[in-house]
Write a protein that binds this ligand. Structure first.
Ligand code: AHM
Ligand code: MG
Length: 330
């Protein structure tokens, strides 16, 4: 079975013009993921478990593991040579690494170092989400805000790590989506899910039902019909929602399904962040044959204006998304 490193090298050989910088960056992310995985696995034992007591830039409680993961991913990317800077859920502003003539970094990364962190204390899967962009500023100079505020469609690669019953790294480039499972006996990510395709139809819907009455009418109608669908039409659909986007999206990507985080009356843009939560998943899904929108337009076509902006998010199997849009707009 190919390891992540072997796979990226093999890809390089198939594309003689590739410089290997993206492969290097993905290997750096794989390395950081392995180290974060070690900490996640012993979260119940170590002092690292629990709150730091602080708040992140969005006024949400920060867990210690979030801080660890953020520091770790950032440092590993900084030590590599491919990444010119990082924007993260855990940091108010992006960081531009020192770039000079010798480094000439080509990419920037947007990352949610540890998503679903409210699940840490109760031992439910959590994850890391990342998107990679070619910088628009000149190489050899400091990365700028414009490098980070690109449309999701400009992503060169995107992926996630799920720290679940096993640990997996899944990443997409325009050429395909591939999944690697961490083999703890050799400490390597091994290609276990080549060329992932999202089934066009599924039977799972993932949404926070508790917010039902503050969703718009179209979304409520869609959720109703997920429950009312006749058995001959594959219904009723199964509801699965863990509160951990990575776990919910991962399951729906593999099995077919739909994930909804709509706007609510109190929060019209919902909760999820465009740049480092929605865009990477939208990219992965589109490459895998699925669809991701804000209810009106593809997520990947939204022009971001700020690093931490939020958007309603609907994503999943192609036919289920078409059905959702029909209920929302007719
Ligand atoms: P976080 O970035 O603070 O961890 O929040 C993001 C998470 C997602 O993983 C998950 O889908 C969502 O929040 C759940 O939110 P809610 O509890 O409102 O349904
Ligand atoms: Mg998050």
């Amino acid at each position: 079975m190919l390891t992540l490193d072997e796979f990226t090298i093999q890809q390089l050989k198939r594309f003689p013009n590739a410089t290997g910088e993206l492969s290097g960056l993905l290997r750096d992310i794989g390395l950081a993921a392995k180290r974060v995985n070690v900490e996640v696995n012993k979260a119940g034992l170590a002092d690292i478990l629990g709150d730091t007591g602080g708040m992140n830039v969005q006024g949400e409680e920060v867990k210690k593991l979030d801080v660890y993961a953020n520091t770790h991913f950032t440092e590993v990317l900084q030590r590599g040579i491919s990444c010119a800077g990082v924007g993260s859920e855990e940091m108010d502003d992006y960081i531009a690494f020192e770039d000079d003539v010798s480094r000439q970094s080509k990419y920037v990364c947007l990352i949610d170092p540890l998503d679903g962190s409210s699940n840490i204390d109760v031992n439910i899967s959590i994850g890391t989400i990342f998107g990679v962009y070619r910088r628009v500023s000149e190489r050899g100079t400091a990365a700028t805000q414009a490098d980070f505020l690109q449309k999701g469609r400009s992503q060169i690669a995107a992926g996630y790590i799920i720290y679940g019953s096993s640990t997996m790294l899944v990443y997409a480039t325009r050429r395909g989506v591939n999944g690697f499972t961490l083999d703890p006996s050799i400490g390597e990510f091994c290609l276990s899910h080549p060329d992932i395709q999202c089934p066009a139809q599924g039977m799972i819907y993932s949404v926070n039902h508790g917010n039902f009455f503050s969703y718009g009418e179209g979304v409520r109608r869609y959720i109703d019909q997920c429950q009312q669908k006749a058995p001959r039409d594959g219904g009723p659909y199964t509801q699965r929602y863990s509160g951990s986007m990575v776990a919910d999206m991962h399951r729906n990507l593999l099995k077919g399904g739909i994930f909804l985080y709509p706007g609510t009356t109190g929060k019209p843009n919902g909760k999820l962040r465009l740049l480092y939560e929605c865009n990477p998943f939208a990219f992965i899904l589109e490459v895998a044959g699925g669809v991701a929108t804000d209810g009106h337009q593809p997520i990947l076509d939204i022009q971001p204006s700020t690093l931490h902006q939020r958007t309603p998010f609907f994503a999943g199997s192609r036919e289920m998304m078409a059905e959702l849009h029909a209920w929302m707009h007719n």
